[in-house]
Design a protein around this ligand. Structure first.
Ligand SMILES: NC(=O)c1ccc[n+]([C@@H]2O[C@H](COP(=O)([O-])OP(=O)(O)OC[C@H]3O[C@@H](n4cnc5c(N)ncnc54)[C@H](O)[C@@H]3O)[C@@H](O)[C@H]2O)c1
Ligand SMILES: CC(C)[C@H](C(=O)O)[C@@H](O)C(=O)O
Ligand SMILES: [Mg+2]
Length: 401
């Protein structure tokens, strides 16, 4: 099991000690062994490579679940550009309601050239922000670990990349993404302007800081808060609140770093980081940067959690229009997001570990999509990679879990 824990080094935890999300209470229900556990999963394939990676991840999730006596009822709903084309909006009300009423949500990716020049409210990306807001998933966990099998795929030198295992805790429903005022206008000289507002209330910082301290406590006890407190008032306040919350976690070592330095340190010496907590926009950027240390953005999963209700699970990558429809996408980030769904969303740790082990086994056998390929490996497409993971879920992990 040690190998799988390397992949996503975090045990399931409650976001809030006083409010237990619906799904966390599930294991307490006593069930007859003849009655399989059943969960409703909303699938949001989205655009570009989204449907390709979701179709593969759905099969893996289904098989890992069935081997643990879990049954899934999947409901696929339109989202992003696909929803715009179908209904005229990027997040139809029915999609949001279905997602809110399910046990967990698995999303592929949204966006594409076709909708790039749409007005803001008609952008696929706006639909994604509405979904995160609608599910109230303020805590976005983005683990980045360099797997021994993929050290050579990293763009960094082996000695720098080897052993990296960090977790970015990104605030997801606040900051400049949602702050008001925002929009377009003219300045005092009559010139056109565009503007956004970076704003955080104390409660928003306090709750994400607590998640980050809890996360660090379950890992190596080191938390680095990344901000721009040398310049931005919102960051100065962020730092003040993180320091205040630190008093509740004397066992966690807290450090602070400016975001420009953090971006540099991530490629200079990424092993210095354990858990990073940061705001919405810095977390977006730093997690893409961290992904390349691991070999590819096609490897990084994520879990977005709130205080109650279903979690949202998605790879951190986008719809990759440059490779969409060519069976070239790496599905592992989405498959690993399905593992996070099981672990953090449903508390189904055994089924999650089956998937993690299967991914490691598939990589051990040398199967690689183009983004993580190096000489000597077997180059496969998205579908074949999925089939290989399925085989490993069925055989290897069945025997070892
Ligand atoms: N969560 C999301 O749905 C999400 C995230 C990021 C970007 N986007 C959207 O996706 C679209 C494209 O954005 P972008 O090009 O900046 O970022 P991107 O992540 O889609 O692609 C960046 C690069 O990484 C590659 N890549 C991404 N995922 C891969 C995978 N699984 N396997 C192999 N290679 C992969 C792509 O081919 C591309 O070269 C935009 O519309 C953007 O808004 C959506
Ligand atoms: C598509 C976009 C809205 C999104 C974000 O900025 O959060 C993406 O980049 C991500 O990382 O999930
Ligand atoms: Mg991003």
């Amino acid at each position: 099991m040690a190998a799988s824990m390397q992949l996503i080094k975090l045990r399931p935890f409650r976001l809030h000690s006083t409010s237990v999300p619906k799904h966390h209470s599930r294991p307490l229900v006593i069930r007859c062994s003849a009655t399989p556990k059943s969960y409703n999963i909303t699938l949001l394939p989205g655009d570009g490579i989204g449907p390709e990676v979701i179709s593969v991840a759905k099969n893996v999730l289904n098989l890992a679940g069935s081997l643990e006596g879990i049954e899934f009822k999947f409901k696929e709903m339109p989202m992003g550009g696909a929803a715009l084309d179908l209904t005229g909006v990027p997040l139809p009300e029915e999609t949001l309601t279905t997602a809110q009423q399910s046990d967990a949500v698995l999303l592929g990716a949204i966006g594409g050239y076709k909708w790039d020049n749409n007005e803001k409210h008609l952008k696929p990306e706006t639909g994604l922000l509405q979904l995160r807001e609608g599910l109230k998933v303020f805590a976005n966990l983005r683990p980045a670990s360099v797997l021994p099998q993929l050290v050579d795929a990293s763009t960094l030198k082996k000695e720098v990349a080897e052993g990296v295992d960090l977790m970015v805790v990104r605030e997801l429903t606040g900051g400049i993404y949602f702050g008001k005022p925002r929009g377009f206008g003219t300045n005092e000289n009559g010139e056109e302007i565009g503007f956004n507002t970076e704003v955080y209330a104390a409660y928003e910082i306090d709750r994400i800081a607590r998640i980050a301290f809890e996360t660090a406590r379950k890992r190596n006890g080191k938390l680095c808060s990344v901000d721009k407190a040398n310049v931005l008032e919102a960051s100065m306040f962020w730092r003040k609140r993180v320091i205040a919350i630190a008093a509740e976690y004397p066992d966690v070592e807290l450090t602070h770093m400016y975001v420009d330095n953090a971006a540099m340190q991530l490629v200079r010496n990424p092993k210095q980081f354990d858990t990073i907590v940061t705001n919405n926009i810095f977390g977006d950027i730093l997690s893409d940067e961290a992904s390349m240390i691991t070999g590819s953005i096609g490897m990084l999963p994520s879990a977005s959690l709130g205080e109650s209700g279903p979690g949202l699970f998605e790879p951190i990558h986008g719809s990759a229009p440059d490779i969409a429809g060519q069976d070239k996408a790496n599905p592992l980030a989405t498959i690993l997001s399905a593992a996070m769904l099981l672990k953090y969303g449903l508390g189904e740790v055994k089924a999650a570990e089956r998937i993690e082990l299967a991914v490691l086994d598939t990589l051990n056998k040398g199967f690689r999509t183009g983004d993580i390929y190096s000489v000597g490996n077997k180059l496969v497409g998205c579908k074949e990679m999925g089939e290989e993971v399925l085989k490993s879920v069925d055989t290897k992990t069945h025997a070892s879990v």
